[in-house]
Design a protein around this ligand. Sequence first.
Ligand code: HEC
Length: 132
Amino acid sequence: MKKLLLIPALALTVFLFLQATSKEANETTIVSVEFDNEIPAHVKAVIDQKCYGCHNAESKNEKGKKKLDWDDFESSRKAKQLATMAKINETLVEGEMPPAKFLESKPEGKLSPEELQTLLDWSSGKKRAPKQ
Ligand code: HEC
């Protein structure tokens, strides 16, 4: 019986606590949430050359656009960006992008080892400065 009373008592305590703190919370203005996940220029350069063509808001490659839209990336929430980066990393490690079929007709679209490294570093969250 005593245990049963404990629950409403706890609930009341929480309620009173929230009442007391909510006034304070209401007075706090949330200014903005800043993300520092702008894509660095040296990474962007690789993406523009090797990935952007199929993965942008206007892309005619419907499948590619649906899976990844670079135009949407920087304005996405951080959690979404991190999930996208993880997916990109996985795709690159597996050697799945750019698609092999596409490279058959456009071998120059292949990532050079340096470009691949740049994208791998970035997508795994490393913030290394580019090698000059
Ligand atoms: C020739 C067009 C083309 C190019 C170039 C290209 N992609 Fe893709 N990408 C696609 C298509 C099509 C899909 C969808 C594949 C599928 O669903 O089977 C895709 C899917 C993806 C996915 C999602 C994979 C998944 O399983 O969710 C990622 C991540 C990705 N691409 C990254 C890249 C990166 C990084 C580059 C540049 C290195 C790149 N792509 C270049 C066409 C392209």
